[in-house]
Design a protein around this ligand. Structure first.
Ligand code: PEP
Ligand code: MG
Length: 579
């Protein structure tokens, strides 16, 4: 049994197929003076071919998996187009009179080392992408064919040392039952693609590809992150049983999709989805989401060299509305800064970007960018049910500035007779402690609140949300966090406005009862979590959830709370089955 990291859930049993993408051995060769220019030309030709191939893959992935998955290939094209690559490598070829393969390989190794040294795990995982595009370039240079698996005849479990997105995208995925790789992390693009295609996958298996032979029987468990090789009959029967149980659970969750998010005694809440690109709303609606509770619009702004136009934004917002109709879409205005940057804006580097010119602060500092977005959102509101909310609000004055700009844009549209929904709801995200503490004041100015616990926890606990070393402090069940959430819900209800929660906390069934009991009106989470959360909601009486919330709020530490909740929740999970 090999233990790795499960990155795409599900159990599959099948034959192993080994794929070794490192098939080109690169040697250091001297070239004669009069062949140096030919070498540079060869490199240019290979760059062209690689770009053509990537372009083709981008098109394929975009139509099969959606724009978001295809965006990685946009980054590949930018890398291949980066003048540093061609300038540095051709200079070295000329200066040292070396073959192009060797020089390119050296360049790639330097590049990969930069990523491998990165602190941020998501950035670190990008080294796989650089190696992927690099292997393709070197293959094209040396005219060697890759083992593409484009034409598989039987279903297999693909085993590889490492798999890049372009290698994954090229496979006939209808024949791939699962992926198992020695390298890679949760945020690698291959992991993301596997999740999109709902193919079980385990990464980080270290030496699996050396220990498995073609045709070995593998049991891959993408939920627990294990791979068993040639299990005996008894073990195999156990795995088959587990697989059947999982499938039965899936069926049950599918059934749940059509049922309302309502407690046993009839208290109704809204379960909505978080999306980053409009097409994702489709999967969300398919999983039973009643609209979108958080559209993170910054993803329309990332991975490009310019700002999206009003028209582009309008089309994206309108598409999300169309998919969700008749349910609403809550569009969050641009949240750049923190860990997401636009290099072309020439933003000054900051000591503490999470405490810096981020989100609404950046928008108020660049009203031109903000107003274009407000116009696009307002125009889309004519075509569906749109609500808008501002991220990182820290207090009343900031909120009023944002509202004033919104009024200005509305007046301008009115003057130009461009239609929009004059009654569009406006909300404030509550994710900064100062906003939570003045929620009673903010509630008078908006139609709703959306609690962003991802940031609220980081700012309340003074713990960087992406720092693994202090992750133990990042705890949604800390009494300070629960009291804050309770206070915000109370302040909202006093003013008769509704309140949602759109941080990761909304998607964990362990927290559902307590949030429900505190009176939360809307849960917004990633599409995959919706059925589980709904199941939890449907398993209780509202009065029980209220009692649980009350009792939890009297406990004094996260560990006591966790213990209490685990008991309440396991009783629910094993006991009642929702009707
Ligand atoms: C949050 O902070 O909880 C949130 C939903 O926003 P983001 O994760 O995009 O910062
Ligand atoms: Mg946030």
């Amino acid at each position: 049994m090999f233990q790795g990291i499960g990155v795409s859930p599900g159990i599959v049993i099948g034959k192993a197929l080994l794929l070794d993408p490192n098939d080109v051995e690169v040697r250091r060769l001297k070239v004669q003076e009069n062949h140096v220019e030919r070498e540079v030309e060869r490199l240019r030709g290979a760059l062209h071919r690689t770009k053509d191939e990537i372009f083709e893959l981008k098109r394929k992935v975009s139509s099969e998996m959606g724009e978001r998955q295809a965006a990685i290939f946009h980054a590949y094209l930018m890398f291949l187009d980066d003048p540093t690559l061609i300038v540095e490598t051709s200079e070295q070829i000329r200066r040292e009179k070396l073959n192009a393969e060797w020089v390119v390989q050296q360049f790639l190794e330097r590049y990969v080392a930069l990523f491998e040294a990165a602190q941020d795990p998501a950035l670190r995982d990008r080294y796989v992408d650089i190696r992927d595009v690099g292997r393709r370039l070197i293959r094209n240079l040396s005219n060697s064919k890759a083992e593409t698996l484009a034409l598989l005849d039987k279903p297999v479990i693909v085993v590889a040392r490492e798999l890049g997105p372009s290698e994954t995208a090229q496979m006939d995925l209808s024949k791939v039952m699962g992926f198992a790789t020695d390298a890679g992390g949760r945020t690698s693009h291959t992991a993301i693609m596997a999740r999109t295609m709902e193919i079980p996958a385990v990464v980080g298996l270290e030496s699996l590809s050396h220990r498995v032979k073609n045709g070995d029987i593998l049991v891959l468990d993408g939920t627990n992150g294990t791979v068993a090789c040639n299990p005996d009959k008894k073990e195999l029967a156990l795995f088959r049983q587990k697989q059947r149980d999982l499938q039965a659970q899936e069926q049950e969750l599918k059934r749940l999709r059509r049922l309302p998010a309502q407690t046993k005694d009839g208290t109704r809440v809204i379960l909505a989805a978080n999306i980053e690109l409009p097409e994702e709303a489709r999967q969300a609606v398919g999983r039973g989401a009643e609209g979108v509770g958080l559209f993170r619009t910054e993803f329309l702004f990332l991975n490009r060299n310019n700002l999206p136009t009003e028209e582009e934004q309008f089309e994206a917002y309108r598409l999300a509305c169309k998919i969700c109709h008749p349910h609403p879409v809550v569009i969050r205005t641009l949240d750049i800064g923190g860990d997401k940057f636009l290099s072309h804006l020439g933003m000054a580097s900051e000591m503490n970007p999470f405490l810096g010119l981020r989100a609404i602060r950046l928008c108020l500092a660049h009203p031109y960018i903000f107003k274009v977005q407000l116009r696009a959102v307002l125009r889309a509101s004519h075509f569906g049910k749109v609500k808008i909310m501002f991220p990182m609000i820290s207090g009343l004055e900031e909120l009023r500035k944002a509202l004033a700009l919104l009024r200005e844009v509305k007046q301008d549209l009115q003057k130009r007779q461009i239609p929009f929904d004059a009654g569009m709801e406006v909300g404030a995200m509550i994710e900064v402690p100062s906003a939570a503490l003045t929620a009673d004041l903010l509630a008078k100015e908006v139609d709703f609140f959306s609690i962003g616990t991802n940031d609220l926890i980081q700012y309340t606990m003074a713990v960087d949300r992406a720092n693994e070393r202090i992750a133990y402090l990042y705890d949604p069940l800390h009494p300070a966090i629960l009291r804050t959430i309770q206070g915000v819900i109370h302040a909202a209800h006093q003013q008769k406005i509704w309140v949602g929660l759109c941080g990761e906390m909304a998607g964990d069934p362990l927290f559902t009862l307590i949030l429900l009991g505190m009176g939360l009106d809307e849960f917004s989470t990633s599409a995959v979590s919706i059925p589980e959360v709904k199941r939890m909601i449907r398993s209780v009486d509202f009065s029980d959830a209220r009692r649980i919330a009350r009792e939890v709020l009297e406990l004094s530490s996260s560990s006591e709370i966790r213990e209490y909740l685990a008991k309440a929740v396991s009783f629910k999970l094993e006991g009642d089955h929702p009707k």
